[in-house]
Write a protein that binds this ligand. Structure first.
Ligand code: NOJ
Length: 815
């Protein structure tokens, strides 16, 4: 039986033939990632293998980071080989991930902390709205502001590196357990959200980490299974392999990471699962080829926790930092050694690893550090975090940490008010009949559902709990609440201003039972507010798309006797809402995971202080079975490599699938109502450059890839008018339909522009959408280039992916 150490040694022995680890199960290197035959004619349908791309490209510095690179080189020149090895290897310490300090060089080390909605392992920190919530705002400024505020908190706590934001999962499957940590089931919206978030974090002085790279679309079997999980010996099954073709890779999953690299993201975290047969953290095509070469990424690739499965093989494939450094998921076995650490020193000494590769890893790590001035007056790690850290409790530390600064710093500032505003602005109104909302100072209010009240099992958000409102999901993407505004508290506070009577029933089992009507007293409520919730967490995919705790039965029960039933969901994402057409269900509101100000935010929307302007970042179908691309949840065979998930749907995820197959849906991608109405008119499209070519001019790669891809080549304008009686914000959306000459499988409509606009009643404004070259190109697997197809494109602008008001055509390349 192979021990972890022998696995490690054999991986190091592979050093001279490091690529052998990289070819996936087939072991073939000759098949291009693009799955084409040499004649460049027939596209193979077979995937599951990945070509070798070596050597790992060096940092080049595009100018933005040029002076920082000089400092990083100076720093590098002072390091011993052993110090170099530990610069690329995580170690037990106060944070979720730690790089050892080097006091003789005044380097305080690196503190890496989760996560996407809060600095998680910390006291006195804010819990922000989740990624899916922020994305529902479709508001660039909000996304930036959120990340900037989070960045201030990470910095205040002494964390140089935030393990956020998330573009993988993208949301291939409605059932994905971590979709809520990321943004939207659409690469364009997610790409914008990534860019704004990264700028926000990094402007606040904290390194952002774009994760999880790449095709990390399911939780089930994301890691290998061992016969003996305690010692990680004897692999029973390798982790699931996400198998996808080159076009799908570029047009869906890589797309938002390109935005991330363009925003100069400091770090990219490679994901747990395998990719086309080889582990994502040692897939040279993904790391060396796509990320560092094609996208020109200048920062460092860090592994997800325990996502490293080899030493030199992974290093040669492009991995720059092993986290948390020990072997096994969560690095739980530091005593078993590390794939990196001392083995890196050995590999350099015995000639299997060229020190120049190690040097590049360090330059990639230290350049963003200097670029963000983290060498100057960066706060020290707050020791209170060390006391909360269960990843590497003090008993596991191999060195002492020098803490300075206040213990238990309060870094929340005025962020509560930002979170409150954000969650309100991101709330999606899905149904509103009979003027049910906004509420008009009702005098008798009934509140129902176990999501309405106080959390009764503490504030750690780590397990699903029956009683209490859901403000965040579980796992490394959660946050530790310092307080929580619940819907019931906020409704009570607000209703007391109107002298209203509020009654509430929080026990779902009771509500759905036949005893319930007997509880009415003394009169029928003017409005029944039903709060439902849906839990999701890291490590598990969702089992269904209903709300939890019999939420559907709760609604049916309340709606059977209350003719003004307003349903509010606090969910990770998609719920199928089977009662949506019930005549007594007068309004439906999707608030997702709103963070610590949940109750205050929802009350502002319900009472009309905030006019809802959220839009769905995914599609709500009629049935769970209407969705394609489920996670692979089981296999019928026992081969070690047999966990595979085939992205056969290619580009058809979420609305792209429903549109391509003419499937009716309940609420389409981009949908959301307002307390006012908007009209769009007068579409105009104008080319911004003369003589548009089908392929981009070959320019030197900068972060984000060929700059020509990001050049605006069309400007589309519309007039937007608030035709209702109250001020409100809306999100005009632009979708592109490619000409017939585009390759088969091109989705009928693809989001390529949106803008959040606030207008007073009666106000009118011109809204512009700039189309970049990438926006109207497809990825041509034969030429390995983005290509604008010949013929007419249809440009549709409307209120959602299925509600267009204005349509025009552009013809960049005549047929
Ligand atoms: C595993 C998760 O996948 C990742 O998102 C997180 O940052 C690390 N654990 C550290 O907690």
């Amino acid at each position: 039986m192979a021990s972890p150490r022998s696995i490690l040694l054999s991986s190091l022995l592979l050093a001279s033939s490091a690529t052998a680890q990289d070819f996936g199960s087939s072991g073939r290197s000759e098949e291009a990632f693009s799955y084409i035959q040499p004649e460049n004619t027939t596209i193979l349908t077979q995937y599951g293998s990945s070509p070798a791309v070596y050597p790992s490209p060096n940092i080049t510095s595009d100018g933005t980071w040029a002076s920082a690179l000089v400092k990083a080189k100076d720093f590098l020149s002072l390091l011993t080989l052993e110090e170099k090895a530990y610069m690329v290897t995580g170690a037990p310490g106060p944070c979720v991930g730690n790089i050892y300090p080097i006091p003789r060089l005044n380097f305080s080390g690196l503190c890496l902390q989760d996560g996407p909605l809060s600095i998680r392992v910390a006291d006195y920190a804010s819990v922000f709205e989740a990624g899916v919530t922020a994305a529902s705002s479709w508001d660039r400024k909000l996304l930036y502001e959120r990340a900037y505020a989070m960045g201030e908190e990470f910095k205040g706590k002494g964390a140089q590196v935030a393990l956020a934001p998330v573009a993988g999962p993208l949301g291939r499957s409605a059932y994905g357990g971590r979709n809520w940590e990321g943004f939207a089931a659409d690469p364009y919206l997610t790409g914008v959200a990534m860019e704004e978030s990264i700028k926000g974090f990094q402007d606040a002085g904290v390194q952002a980490t774009a994760k999880h790279y790449i095709a990390n679309e399911q939780e089930t079997m994301r890691n290998p299974e061992y016969n003996d999980n305690a010692t990680l010996t004897d692999v029973l099954y390798e982790a699931v392999s996400a198998n996808l073709d080159d076009r799908t890779m570029h047009e869906l999953y890589l797309w938002p990471f390109a935005n991330a690299v363009r925003a100069n993201v400091a770090s990219v975290m490679c994901s747990y699962q395998r990719l086309n047969g080889s582990y994502a953290c040692q897939n040279s095509k993904a790391l060396n080829g796509l990320l560092k070469e094609e996208l020109g990424f200048q920062g460092y690739v860090m592994s997800d926790w325990g996502g490293t499965h080899s030493g030199v093989a992974a290093i040669e494939a492009g991995l720059d930092m092993d986290m948390p450094g020990g072997i096994g998921m969560y690095g739980l076995y530091p005593e078993a050694g590390s794939f990196f650490g001392g083995n890196v020193t050995t590999a350099v000494n015995n000639g299997t690893l060229d020190v120049s590769r190690l040097d590049d890893m360090i330059l990639r790590i230290m350049t963003p550090y200097y670029a963000l001035n983290q060498d100057v007056d960066f706060p020290s790690v707050d020791e209170s975090g060390a006391d909360l850290n269960t990843f590497s409790p003090r008993s596991t530390w191999l060195r002492d940490w020098n803490f300075t600064g206040e213990y238990g710093r309060d870094v929340r500032g005025d962020h509560g008010s930002i979170i409150r505003r954000h969650a309100a602005e991101a709330t999606i109104l899905l149904k509103n009949v009979n003027n049910a909302l906004p509420l008009k100072a009702p005098k008798i209010i009934a509140v129902f559902g176990n999501d309405a009240g106080d959390d009764t099992q503490g504030f750690l958000n780590q397990v699903d709990f029956e009683y209490g409102t859901l403000s965040a999901g579980g796992g490394s993407g959660t946050g530790r609440l310092t307080y929580l505004s619940t819907p019931l508290n906020a409704i009570n506070n607000r209703a007391s201003q109107d002298g209203a009577l509020v009654q509430y029933w929080l026990n779902n089992t009771l509500i759905e039972s036949s005893e319930m009507p007997a509880l009415w007293n003394p009169k029928t409520p003017e409005v029944c507010l039903v709060f439902l919730k849906t839990w999701a967490e890291e490590g598990a995919d969702r089992e269904h798309l209903s709300t939890d705790w019999n939420g559907d039965d709760v609604v049916e029960s309340v709606a059977s006797y209350c003719n003004n039933t307003v349903v509010i969901t606090h969910s990770s994402g998609i719920n199928t809402l089977p009662w949506a057409d019930h005549e007594n269900v007068t309004a439906i509101v999707a608030a997702h995971y709103p963070g610590q100000e949940s109750g205050n935010s929802i009350v502002e929307v319900l009472y009309g202080d905030v006019n809802p302007s959220g839009r769905l970042p995914y599609t709500i179908a009629f049935n769970g079975t209407d969705y394609n691309a489920p996670p692979t949840t089981g296999i019928n065979s026992t081969g070690v490599e047999d966990w595979q998930t085939w992205f056969d749907e290619k580009l058809e995820i979420d609305y792209r699938y429903f549109d391509a197959n003419n499937i009716s849906v309940r609420y389409e991608f981009g949908f959301g109502l307002s307390y006012t109405t908007f009209a769009i008119s007068d579409i105009q499209a104008e080319a911004l450059v003369d003589d548009i070519t089908a392929t981009p001019e070959a320019q030197a790669t900068v972060p984000g890839g060929n700059p020509a891809l990001w050049e605006s080549i069309y400007n589309v304008t519309v007039s937007l008018n608030n035709t209702g009686d109250v001020c409100g914000a809306t999100v005009p959306q632009l979708y592109v339909t490619f000409p017939d000459s585009a390759p088969a499988g091109t989705p009928p409509y693809q989001l390529r522009g949106f803008e959040k606009v606030t207008l007073e009643a009666g106000e009118c404004q011109t809204v512009s959408f700039e189309l970049m070259r990438r926006d109207i190109s497809y990825w041509d697997i034969i030429s390995q280039e983005w290509v604008i197809p010949q013929g007419d494109f249809t440009i549709s602008v409307g209120h959602s992916s299925r509600d267009f008001e204005q349509v025009t055509t552009i013809t960049p390349i005549a047929a």
